[in-house]
Design a protein around this ligand. Sequence first.
Ligand code: PMP
Length: 291
Amino acid sequence: FDQRDGEIWFNGEFVAWQDAKVHVLTHGLHYASAVFEGERAYGGEIFKLREHTERLIESGRILGFAVPYSADEIDDACTALLHRQGLGDAYVRPIAWRGSEMLGVAAQNTRINVAVAIWQWPSYFDPAQRMRGIRLDMAEYRRPDPRTAPSRAKASGLYMICTISKHIAEAKGYADALMLDWRGQVAEATGANVFFARDGALHTPLADCFLDGITRRTIIDLARRRGIAVHERAIMPEEMATFSECFLCGTAAEVAPVTEIGPYRFTPGELCRRLVEDYAAEVTPKRLAAE
Ligand code: PMP
């Protein structure tokens, strides 16, 4: 991944992709003092860019550091890089981390570095293909109690259990894994939120110990605009037996219907299809939608 052509925005400058390097004694690498974002551009525009930038800055604040650029500066860096890379549909990865000036648990005097990388990632909103659905494993690891980890931050350290769980799921032939929270309630997948449907209404876990995704909030808005009731509440795993439809949602996953979670089975139907289509329409820049 580090041998590509193109550029990366690195602490205020555009540098060659292959030269955007850090030292092995980087604090963020040793102690996970890093926060990041995942964004998608559609037709040359980054969807909900400002919300992602604000979440990056807030994640840094939760980890005890100030991202040394304003939201305007970060937005401009992302947009300028998207254009310099010549991309329309792409994935955008901003990251902020403590540098290599000190190494130890305490690292007050490290520089806060910021970088943005953007690469091509077309979105295939082929509803027919999406409606075939994906299969999920049940993860062994649980989302931590908010008293155990800064669960509202999109912090690199929180992804350790996600990578482990996703690798185990993939080794068993699943697309992803569903994680419970520390109480045993349904939480989310390793990089996306989860929704269920029953009798024309949506049900989704309350985001009180995991990321309240920007896509999750978008889906809730889209559903309510259509008059579909959305219930944010505690969902116990056994209740999954009573739902007819299920989908994951996130910036990268978009809206991904699910057919299977452990012993539970779902059939992607009307609500999945509507939300796949509504989300595709929502992310399309207005100037393109009119064409
Ligand atoms: N949960 C986790 C663990 C994630 O990594 C993501 C992706 N950022 C999400 C949920 C969905 O968040 P968003 O819709 O803001 O991309």
